[in-house]
Write a protein that binds this ligand. Structure first.
Ligand code: GTP
Length: 298
């Protein structure tokens, strides 16, 4: 095997924006309800997460109370903003002051430009569940997207609307994390070959612990990524429930007259999902193929 790559990811934003909530949902099997019990983060909470075998995510969850922010932007500047691979800035949709929020954001990017010019910046417009109208949701994200593009020419942030209550959180975090995995191109081409050989219509890899989507291949150009993100969310909730009632989660299998779908443990760090629409393909054969391919991928 190759040596693990360590990458530093910092999460910033005002107190109460939802930083620890999202981290706990994605990386610690919290449910959305569990997050109501979270207290304010004291200073910076560090964690290291192994992802896809050879990526070590070094996550800095930076508590957002003013006394800490002040410290990050002054005495701790170099320590916080140095060696950053990814900055995730969380905007609380219900902020009382866009102006002071913008000011803080500018200051963070200013420090980042000084110590980590090559970092990638993601902005999450968070708590989107507070808006129910779909049109209005889109308008809000667009609005942020335009405003943020004007503010930060150096970093060209990607903007996502997110909520801990639906798949949007998985969507954003999948996009953020999969780009950090080394050798993704190789994994993708293996997966593509596997799909063709097995005559499956869709093959998807999920990271084992987080259930974030890391790779997908399909023969259907109309497939929407959101479908997979909803599956991420569903399976993770299902697995949490299994563990609460002490039933081990193994795999998922759905068969109907349109398709067969398997979700099976694959390599040490992944689950694979295989969808077959061709009735001629025997499910038992697909399962055997999954097992055979597993050795190839490990
Ligand atoms: P600090 O640690 O002080 O910086 O705060 P934080 O940004 O880590 O906020 P935290 O994750 O503790 O969340 C604050 C509150 O927001 C919690 O009660 C969460 O349940 C709630 N919350 C988090 N995400 C969402 C969301 O997507 N929608 C809604 N409605 N509430 C959310």
């Amino acid at each position: 095997g190759t040596l693990a790559v360590k990458k530093k990811l910092i999460i910033m934003g005002r107190s109460g924006a939802g930083k620890t909530s999202m981290r706990s949902l994605i990386f610690s099997n919290y449910t959305a309800n569990d997050t109501r019990r979270l207290g304010a983060t004291i200073d910076v909470e560090h964690s290291t997460v192994q992802f896809m075998g050879d990526l070590n995510l070094n996550i800095w969850d930076c508590g957002g109370q003013n006394k800490y922010l002040d410290n990050y932007l002054n005495e701790q500047k170099e320590n916080i903003f140095g060696n950053v691979e990814v900055l995730i800035y969380v905007f609380d949709l219900e902020t009382t002051s866009r102006e002071s929020e913008n000011h803080l954001y500018d200051e963070c990017l200013e420090s980042l430009s000084r110590y980590s010019r090559d970092a990638k910046v993601y902005c999450l417009v968070h708590k989107m569940d507070k808006i129910s109208d779909v049109k209005q949701k889109e308008q809000t994200i667009d609005n942020y997207r335009r405003a943020l593009a004007r503010r930060s020419e150096l970093f060209k942030p990607e903007v996502f609307g997110t909520s801990i209550w639906d798949h949007t959180l998985y969507f954003a975090w999948s996009q953020i994390v999969y780009k950090l995995v080394p050798n993704m191109a190789t994994i993708e081409s293996h997966l593509n070959n596997f799909r063709r050989l097995t005559e499956a219509s869709e093959v998807i890899l999920f990271e084992r612990a987080t259930f974030l989507l890391v790779c997908h291949t399909t023969n259907n150009p109309k497939v929407v990524l959101n479908k997979y993100m909803s599956i991420s969310q569903c399976v993770k909730m299902y697995r949490n429930t299994c563990s609460q009632v002490q039933l081990p989660f193994q795999s998922v299998e759905i068969r109907n007259k349109h398709y067969t779908m398997f979700i099976e443990p694959f390599t040490k760090s992944t689950y694979i999902m295989v969808i077959t629409t061709d009735n001629e393909v025997e499910p038992a054969l697909t399962k055997a193929n999954i097992e055979a391919a597993c050795k190839h991928f490990s």
